[in-house]
Write a protein that binds this ligand. Sequence first.
Ligand SMILES: Nc1ncnc2c1ncn2[C@@H]1O[C@H](COP(=O)(O)OP(=O)(O)OP(=O)(O)O)[C@@H](O)[C@H]1O
Length: 244
Amino acid sequence: MIEVKDLRKTFGAVHAVKGVSFTARDGEITGLLGPNGAGKTTTLRMLYTLMTPDAGQVLVDGVDAAADPQTVRRALGVLPDARGLYKRLTAAENIEYFGRLHGMDAALIDRRREALIDALDMRDIATRRTEGFSQGQRVKTAIARALVHDPRNVLLDEPTNGLDVMATRAMRRFMRQLKDEGRCVLFSSHIMQEVAALCDRIVVIAHGRVVADESPDALLAQTGKANLEDAFVELIGTDEGLAA
Ligand SMILES: Nc1ncnc2c1ncn2[C@@H]1O[C@H](COP(=O)(O)OP(=O)(O)OP(=O)(O)O)[C@@H](O)[C@H]1O
């Protein structure tokens, strides 16, 4: 479970995150939806301890990220916005390398690597060097690498960005599988259909603030709109920066 309490972050004159609070629960998919520049990536970066908040608190499975960042990092699997892979290594070697960084023993790394290669349907690319990989192949490898240590909480920054229809559908299936395994799944998106199709809970963020935090049905009821697209536009005040 991830609890975010009154997070704030300023870059010079830009107030990127202005007091964001929400909870992402185990066994649920929580979507962070907002237009370009809303503060989603900045919020996620503070959650996975890459960036220090100016104020506020992040708790992962009850552990304070500022007080014990090591434990928090172990409890998180992260697909960051930059998917940098080691291009001289094969996909399988990229996964194994992260396993070693986490201090896992070789037999456990082998088991997790094989399970993830199957779950992400990447057997055909596993022994290829990642140099020259397509966007979809890079995302799969980056996700497998992020999950090698079997984290309870999974953070995905725009996981379907740049993927084609088939790869997007496969990614959504995989996210549902993570949820069914009881994990806490939190992802950011500016694609309304994606959030509507996947999420148990939608946290709508605009101009650095949470403007709604509800189930999809409750969002419709709250805004009195017939569909989620109209509900989001009503909440955000504009459709600029959102993709249908
Ligand atoms: N390192 C930085 N230095 C300066 N400004 C930044 C930095 N990171 C983010 N910002 C600014 O903070 C605001 C929020 O950016 P952020 O990347 O969090 O938005 P986002 O919701 O993830 O947008 P997108 O959907 O476009 O990825 C923007 O105005 C952005 O320009």
